[in-house]
Ligand binder design. Structure first.
Ligand code: HEC
Ligand code: HEC
Ligand code: HEC
Ligand code: HEC
Length: 212
């Protein structure tokens, strides 16, 4: 065989290797958010066992508790769509407009309106900016469309924390959903306030508004 043919074959083989590697890197780094399991088919191909990535704190489709009781004596729950299929959606509604229902809901999230996230076609779901419907369990796709940098950091593991094994052939990994740490309506961190307010900083006799 001519040297040039050998070089040809070698570079074709090299190109294949580079393509496969690029596909692998793409899959590992940029695969879409999948809330329950990241498949690790690249390793499964090599016959190694694959453990799952579990995402904690993924929201379920919410419901509203009513005053009525079920047969077992628990408050009955109704789906969001129960009321919202009978009333016209209000695209620009914000927290301060709520005087009939959902009072007490605090929203401090840029200047988003309710229907920036909730799906006016079906209130049991959310929607992306391009109108695509997503279930509550896929809320991270919604967050990601407006928070690219944090979502990229999240995928790289530098935002949002993780437990368990980096190498999924050795054991499972746990991650937290965005909503495990950030309230979707008022996402500033921390979501959890310290249990005790810092009482000692101002002695009670000097506090501006004594309790009695
Ligand atoms: C018992 C009836 C009822 C149920 C159940 C209900 N809503 Fe509502 N919802 C209302 C009413 C009434 C308003 C208008 C509130 C106002 O103007 O004060 C409203 C307003 C809203 C809005 C503002 C946009 C708009 O179209 O007015 C959103 C978003 C919303 N609801 C989401 C939900 C979600 C999510 C659920 C399920 C967890 C839910 N609702 C369940 C009655 C209901
Ligand atoms: C940034 C996106 C976003 C915006 C804006 C938003 N929501 Fe929500 N909402 C969510 C998500 C996500 C959940 C589910 C949260 C969970 O279970 O952790 C939710 C849950 C709810 C629920 C059920 C649980 C609860 O907190 O009572 C109601 C009712 C609701 N939203 C109403 C509203 C109303 C009314 C507005 C406007 C004032 C609004 N939302 C604005 C994303 C949003
Ligand atoms: C439609 C776009 C949009 C969506 C969807 C959205 N956000 Fe935001 N978010 C914003 C804007 C706008 C701000 C305010 C940015 C600013 O003031 O710099 C913000 C602010 C924040 C902040 C900083 C809050 C603060 O007060 O410092 C956090 C954290 C956050 N969002 C988390 C989330 C999470 C988690 C989700 C998914 C449940 C989400 N966002 C969905 C647009 C969005
Ligand atoms: C384990 C808890 C945790 C999880 C999960 C988490 N975050 Fe955060 N996030 C934080 C903390 C803590 C901060 C504040 C410190 C900082 O700025 O890094 C923050 C800050 C932010 C900010 C505001 C940044 C700024 O500079 O104002 C945004 C936006 C945000 N997170 C979006 C997200 C999104 C989107 C997700 C899901 C892909 C997510 N976070 C998941 C804990 C978390």
């Amino acid at each position: 065989m001519k040297t040039s043919t050998l070089i040809g074959i070698a570079s074709a083989a090299l190109a294949v290797v580079i393509l496969v590697a690029a596909a692998w890197v793409y899959k590992v780094s940029f695969a879409d958010f999948d809330t329950h399991a990241e498949e690790g088919s690249h390793l499964a191909l090599l016959g190694e066992p694959q453990y799952a990535v579990e995402t904690l704190g993924v929201p379920e489709t919410p419901t509203v508790l009513t005053d009525a009781l079920t047969h077992s004596g628990k408050p009955a729950e109704v789906a969001c769509a129960t009321c919202h299929t009978t009333r016209a959606p209000a695209p620009t509604r914000r927290t301060e407009d709520l005087d009939e229902f959902h009072q007490g809901l605090v929203m401090q999230h840029g200047d988003l309106s309710c229907l920036s996230c909730h799906n006016s076609e079906n209130y049991d779901t959310l929607k992306l900016a391009d109108g695509t419907t997503v279930g509550f369990e896929n809320v991270m796709q919604l967050c990601a469309q407006c928070h690219g940098p944090q979502s990229r950091d999240y995928r790289n593991g530098s935002h949002g924390g993780m437990h368990g094994y980096w190498d999924l052939s050795r054991g499972p990994r746990q991650r937290n959903a965005c909503t495990a740490c950030h309230d979707a309506h008022a996402p500033a961190y921390p979501q959890l306030m310290p249990v005790f307010p810092p009482k000692d900083i101002i002695p009670p006799e000097h506090a501006p508004h004594p309790e009695h």
